[in-house]
Design a protein around this ligand. Structure first.
Ligand code: ADP
Length: 185
């Protein structure tokens, strides 16, 4: 199964992604996690990415596309994957389409986890990660609306989009996900 998982910061994507990949035995490809590891290890990419992340901006497309294309070609991704945090722009989506076409591995579904803005703000303020300061949160939500929301239409046109209500308990949301994903196993 090949899944893209889209949702605004604070929607609970990370939590649900963990549950999905463990239940369906998929590889979890989270660009946020990859970048935070690169920052912690002070690699060249990490040093480059840090300034964007701390202000709530996106890391440049070519950097992210490079990271993902390398990772997607690895052997373990053959059994299926969940992309979490990528693509986030139309340029990234087009690059991904090209990679998947080349490998003859089309997507099964694009899941959107939907949560209202006031609830997102509340959750992010509570989480308190480095990039969860109020002005940075504001910026991340604005960048999401501007750059990532257009992807929903892009995937809806390909009849791949399924929107899931991201409010409720972790388990109830996971049940909603499974109802949709079970059709693809
Ligand atoms: P979120 O809480 O928004 O889901 P992530 O952990 O996915 O956060 O990502 C944290 C930060 O890493 C983003 O705000 C952004 O700066 C950077 N980042 C992650 N994925 C991408 C991407 N596909 N394109 C550009 N920047 C990215």
């Amino acid at each position: 199964m090949r899944i893209i998982f889209i949702g605004p910061p604070g929607a609970g994507k990370g939590t649900q992604a963990e549950k999905i990949v463990s239940h369906y035995k998929l590889v979890h490809l989270s660009t946020g996690v990859m970048l935070r590891v690169a920052v912690a290890e002070k690699t060249e990419i990490g040093l480059q990415a840090e300034k964007y992340m701390s202000s709530g901006q996106f890391v440049p497309d070519d950097v992210i596309i490079g990271i993902i294309s390398e990772r997607l070609n690895a052997q373990d991704c053959k059994k299926g994957f969940l992309l979490d945090g990528f693509p986030r722009t139309l340029t990234q989506a087009a690059a991904l389409d090209e990679m998947l076409q080349k490998n003859n591995t089309p997507l099964d579904i694009v899941l959107e986890l939907k949560v209202p803005d006031d609830e997102l703000f509340r959750r992010l303020a509570e989480r308190g990660r480095d990039d969860d300061k109020p002005n940075v949160i504001h910026n991340r939500l604005a960048v999401y609306a501007e750059q990532t929301l257009p992807l929903l239409q892009y995937y809806a046109k390909q009849s791949l989009l399924k929107t899931i209500d991201g409010q409720g308990s972790i388990n109830i949301i996971f049940e909603r996900m499974k109802e949709t994903l079970d059709k693809f196993i």
